[in-house]
Write a new protein. Structure first.
Length: 184
């Protein structure tokens, strides 16, 4: 029951952010950032999603069905592409791949987002890049995601002028973040 309420709240916050940007008459950009879904242990260099990850990718597509997403950005890795795939198929979009290589990856993703002003962009990143991408787009500093955290959905609204606003929500099945707390 709580999981359903959290998902409903996340969807409502997402729709509110998108509606607020549209109602203002200005060309705000809405960036929805998620970490890739649950990945398999092997192969270590480029694992696919697990069955739980595939379910989460479908949950993402359902959560974003009416969000107005008109661009998707992923990395070249199987786990990010598979996380975005159900949303891309449902919305008839071809994801833009920004290679996660070198020191400029975060800036390259931010530049790709900026090529879609006034639109809603889904970015599927990694646990160690979501926070950096938010910061590169002018959002607030947040910690990197814990290795067990897959349910975070970050909605960054970037107005044409002024400070970006960040809403943090959840989607899909709740992550087991107890192991994250134990690591602190």
């Amino acid at each position: 029951m709580i999981d359903r309420c959290l998902r409903a709240l996340g969807a409502a916050l997402l729709l509110l952010a998108v509606a607020t940007a549209a109602a203002s008459g200005q060309a705000s950009t809405t960036v929805i950032l998620v970490r890739h879904a649950e990945k398999a242990a092997t192969p270590a260099n480029d694992p696919p999603l697990t069955s739980a990850g595939q379910a989460r990718a479908k949950a993402l597509a359902a959560a974003l069905r009416d969000a107005g997403v008109d661009a998707i950005i992923t990395t070249q890795f199987t786990r990010t592409r598979e996380t975005a795939a159900p949303t891309a198929v449902a919305l008839h979009l071809t994801p833009e791949v920004v290679a996660a290589t070198g020191k400029t990856h975060v800036q390259d993703v931010a530049a790709a987002v900026r090529r879609h002003p006034g639109h809603t962009v889904l970015v599927v990143g990694h646990g160690n890049t979501v926070a950096e991408i938010i910061a590169a787009l002018g959002g607030p500093a947040i910690p990197d995601l814990c290795d067990a955290e897959y349910d975070g959905l970050f909605i960054l609204t970037i107005p044409p002028a002024g400070k970006p606003a960040l809403v943090r929500a959840k989607y899909g099945a709740a992550s087991d973040v107890a192991s994250c707390e134990a690591m602190k």
